[in-house]
Design a binder for this molecule. Structure first.
Ligand code: GLA
Length: 376
């Protein structure tokens, strides 16, 4: 699997001190921690991370979510490019997945069942006949512990969560860590680490929605997408993999060179019908540093996605319907945001030929995903 070298570079570069809530620190890097509310007896905080250029990332320990990414366009105008809510109530009652860390198993498990060493496990069904994103009270909907990591080069927050044995039906007590770093290159670096005390399955991701016009400003059909993947994972009408791995060549799924998301989305192609658009895992070629890019020509904003995982789920907001009113009172309409969720393929526990998602007690799962913003 591809290794990510970026963090090593960051560590070698040395330590520039900054302190939480210390506006007088020498550079502009600041982390602010505010009370956001209380959920099931636990304090929910909003962390505001500001990097050297004054660009802002907001994250919260409710679901370890990204709620705000404020980056400039080519004229220098800053705008938030991710879905979220201005208020605590909006967030708690809003879309369950916007910006969240999703687990224990991101994406779908067929009929909510899988077996390990002859024991069958049953999960709560929350997506028709299947289980989606770790179940109804998965990691997106719990309050994580959150702390500011001091004396790092860039603003950094560490979220941890203890997922109990049989939570949502999954075996093993699991210790989960998601560390967010907001670098001076406008990179959100997410480092995941998980251990278990019993054999289990794991597929962790971040479910941020992006619109590079600015969240709530129209649709994403003009966003030019590249995914460095020669193959994708076809699904059935319930979005469970059929087992086939299909080359993208000659199909509307070929994003090996850039295409606007909307260019071929209405073609009469079986997989576009099942997914109601794109809602599929791409098998990353993993040959280059960057795995996917999204470019929005009007603002000039570019987002690069870098992952060490075998796949990325490209979802283009086919289930959005304008009912969620987000930042600034703007509705999140049909296909007004896209997700690039790095991780394993859906339903891998029931497909022995897919890369394994089993985690054993003597192993540590470590993975890094980077979302990097720039203009061109
Ligand atoms: C994922 C799934 C989609 C949808 C969204 C959440 O990306 O693949 O089908 O369920 O999450 O709405």
């Amino acid at each position: 699997m591809k290794k990510i070298h970026l963090l090593a570079t960051i560590m070698i570069a040395g330590v520039i001190g900054f302190t939480s809530c210390n506006q007088s620190s020498k550079n502009k890097q600041v982390v602010k921690k505010e009370n956001f509310g209380v959920y099931k007896g636990k304090d929910v905080f909003l962390f505001t991370l500001t990097n050297k250029d004054g660009n802002v990332l907001k994250i919260t320990n409710f679901g370890a979510r990204i709620t705000w990414i404020e980056v400039p366009d080519k004229a220098g105008k800053k705008e938030n490019v991710t879905f979220g809510f201005d208020t605590y109530d909006g967030m708690i009652n809003g879309d369950p997945y916007f910006g969240a860390v999703v687990g224990r198993y991101a994406n779908r498990i067929a009929k909510g069942k899988f077996s390990l060493d002859g024991t069958e496990y049953s999960l709560a069904l929350n997506n028709g006949v299947n289980t989606l994103h770790g179940g109804p009270t998965g990691w997106h909907s719990v309050v994580w512990d959150g702390e500011v990591v001091e004396k790092t080069e860039f603003p950094t927050i560490k979220f941890t969560y203890k997922s109990p044995d049989m939570e949502e039906g999954y075996p093993g007590n699991m210790d989960v860590e998601a560390i967010y770093t907001w670098t001076d290159k406008n990179e959100i670096v997410i480092d995941y680490k998980c251990t278990t005390d019993k054999k289990t399955v794991l597929n962790i991701t971040n479910h941020a929605y992006f619109n590079l016009h600015g969240a709530g400003n129209g649709d994403i059909l003009d966003h030019e997408l590249v995914i460095k993947a020669s193959t994708f994972v076809p699904v059935d009408s319930t979005l469970i993999p059929t087992g086939e791995l299909r080359p993208v060549t000659g199909t509307p799924f070929d994003f090996t060179t850039h295409h606007p998301v909307g260019e071929r989305i209405s073609e009469n192609y079986d997989q576009l019908v099942y997914g109601k658009g794109y809602d599929h895992t791409y098998i990353l070629d993993n040959k280059e540093e960057v795995d996917a890019t999204v470019y929005e020509p009007i603002s000039g904003r570019l987002m690069e996605v870098i992952s060490d995982q075998p796949g990325v789920q490209f979802y283009c907001g086919n289930f959005l319907n304008g009912k969620r009113i987000g930042h600034g009172g703007k509705p999140y309409n049909f296909r007004s945001g896209l997700c690039l969720e790095t991780g394993h393929y859906p339903d891998s526990p029931n497909h022995p030929d897919f890369p394994t998602t089993v985690l054993n007690p003597n192993e540590t799962f470590k993975s890094t995903t980077i979302y990097r913003f720039s203009v061109k």
